[in-house]
Design a protein. Structure first.
Length: 95
């Protein structure tokens, strides 16, 4: 398994690509992430052409079997989650 790229490293990459300092890279990344979060909270789908799309998906109630001794059926209530569908450029770059 590969290494983990964290927010700090991403903001450093952004600042380097933009030719700015680290705080400018963090501000740019924060603005993008905040914009995505706000759009999703309004129920909007976010499409980043070539990269992918984010949307809120409704998950139906379902029953699952617990793990371990004395396993039993547990009901997982209906809930919402964020779904991501990779775009064509991202798909082709990860093959």
């Amino acid at each position: 398994m590969g290494s983990i790229l964290r927010r700090r490293e991403i903001s450093n990459h952004v600042s380097t690509k933009l030719g700015g300092n680290k705080s400018q890279g963090e501000a740019a990344l924060a603005a993008v992430l905040e914009s995505i979060q706000e759009a999703l909270s309004r129920g909007e789908k976010v499409v980043l052409t070539g990269f992918g799309s984010f949307e809120i998906r409704q998950v139906k109630e379902r029953k699952v079997r617990s793990i371990g001794k004395g396993s039993q059926n547990i009901t997982v209530p209906a809930h919402k989650r964020v779904g991501f569908t990779p775009g064509s450029v991202l798909k082709s770059s990860t093959k």
